[in-house]
Every structure is written in C-alpha cells, then in structure tokens.
Write a protein of this length. Structure first.
Ligand code: THU
Length: 132
C-alpha cells in the first residue's frame, strides 16, 4: 500500500472525529505487515483531559485486535493543517513504546503534503522502561 493510500484511509477515519470543543479533526490509519488497516480518530470529552488523540486510538485499536510492535509497518496521521500535522508529545511517548523503531510514520495534511519520519526522529532520547 502506498503512503497516499494509507493517508486516504486516515482522511476517512478523520470523518468520524468527535471534536466539538477544539473543532480540530484528526485521522489516523495504522498498516500492518499483513496489509490490515486499523483506524483511529480523536474523541473529545467535556472533561477535556479525557480526550484521546487519533494516532493513539489507531494504535490502541490495533493492539486490541492482537497486533503487536513486530506486526506493524506504518501509520498515517492527517489533519487540516498548513504543514503536515505534528503529533503531540503524549502520542510521541506512546508511539515510542508501542510502535516499531523501523516503522514508517506519515504525517499529512488535507492538501496532499506528506512527510515521512520515524519515532526516533520525533522523540529522540525518549524515556523508556530501561530508565526505571
Ligand atoms: N490531536 C490528535 O488527535 N493528535 C495529535 O497529535 C494532536 C492533537 C487532537 C486532540 C484534540 O482532540 C485536538 O486534536 C486538539 O488538540
């Protein structure tokens, strides 16, 4: 599957966003090595701290279906931003534990811009279980 195809699936997931407070809809699509796709979108709550980001929902969705790090190929994340969307710090931390170092991360916007990166680029010198 191409990066563009995965971003297209993330755009479809974004349609399901529940974001009445920020009005900032985000979509994510996680691709496995078996070509399965798990979607996620941001889901907000009136108690703001309970809101969950799109990419974490996609990752947790995959894990809920028995997928683990070694099964994962890529994730695409998309929002209506000028530049490709920048994942928040909490998502970077979660990705650093659950997403493979070799996995491709496609950051995208609604204008067709796609930036390919990795979790090590997004979160260098991360905190992990070795630090405990
Ligand atoms: N959001 C995401 O879904 N992913 C990110 O990486 C950035 C932020 C969501 C959280 C909240 O629902 C809205 O965007 C505004 O912060």
């Amino acid at each position: 599957m191409t990066a563009e195809d995965l971003v297209y699936q993330a755009i479809e997931a974004r349609e399901m966003s529940y974001s009445p407070y920020s009005k900032f809809a985000v979509g994510a699509a996680l691709l496995t090595k078996n070509d399965e796709v798990y979607l996620g979108t941001n889901i907000e709550n009136a108690a703001f701290g309970l809101s969950m980001c799109a990419e974490r929902n996609a990752l947790y969705n995959a894990y809920c279906h028995g997928i683990s790090q070694e099964d994962i190929e890529a994730i695409a994340i998309v929002a209506d931003t000028e530049l490709p969307v920048s994942p928040c710090g909490s998502c970077r931390q979660v990705l650093s534990e659950l997403f493979p170092k070799s996995g491709k991360i496609y950051l995208a916007n609604m204008h067709g811009d796609i930036k390919e990166t990795t979790i090590d680029e997004l979160l260098p010198y991360s905190f992990d279980s070795d630090d405990l």
